[in-house]
Design a protein around this ligand. Structure first.
Ligand SMILES: CC(C)(COP(=O)(O)OP(=O)(O)OC[C@H]1O[C@@H](n2cnc3c(N)ncnc32)[C@H](O)[C@@H]1OP(=O)(O)O)[C@@H](O)C(=O)NCCC(=O)NCCS
Length: 151
């Protein structure tokens, strides 16, 4: 079941998923930073819940200069490659596409598995920000679109 993140325990468990996984290990994200971003009121985080707690989560932003932005997605290692990530992406798209024609996201260039995952779901590279988070790595900007804003 996918639902809004609510409790401190869920926030802590999602922060643990982040800080124990790439790309956040390489990007040097701390537990406190992960908790802060999961609590940021400008974002919305949804968890794929199980009896053991969140198996994964997706965070989206509906405001800002690129509304319809998937800020991050992560699935706990033992649940990966069981389509939970794909279901979380579908859930996010169902919230975003009624509001705008584009879904945007960024992915680190060294995260080949995630780039393949997004390509398979219909996302295309539209740009690259060099040396954005850490030196020597780029963030790839990707988009899935239903067409121009004005048609
Ligand atoms: C990317 C991710 C969210 C996909 O979730 P998932 O539930 O495993 O996804 P699905 O089962 O729907 O699809 C599997 C695909 O995910 C990708 N994937 C699997 N394990 C991965 C990993 N450790 N890191 C990155 N991508 C991975 C692969 O493309 C895989 O396809 P393949 O089996 O053809 O290689 C998940 O693997 C993950 O949490 N990765 C680490 C965090 C991350 O890279 N997040 C994206 C950047 S913000």
């Amino acid at each position: 079941m996918i639902e809004t993140i609510k409790t401190e325990a869920e926030i802590s468990q999602c922060a643990e998923i982040m800080i124990s996984s790439e790309p956040w290990l390489r990007l040097g994200t701390t537990f406190a930073e992960a908790v802060a971003t999961l609590k940021d009121p400008d974002n919305h985080t949804y968890i794929a819940n199980t009896k053991e707690g969140p198996a994964g989560f997706v965070t989206i932003t509906l405001k800002g200069s690129l509304p319809g932005y998937i800020k991050r997605i992560a699935v706990k290692e033992e649940y990966r490659s069981t389509q939970i990530g794909e279901k979380l992406m579908q859930f996010a798209e169902e919230l975003i596409f009624p509001i705008t024609k584009n879904v945007f996201l960024c992915v680190s260039d060294f995260n080949y598995g995630a780039v393949r995952f997004y390509n398979r779901l219909g996302y295309e590279k539209i740009g690259e920000i060099k040396d954005y988070i850490i030196p020597g790595s780029s963030e790839i900007i990707m988009r899935k679109t239903k067409g121009p804003l004005k048609m």
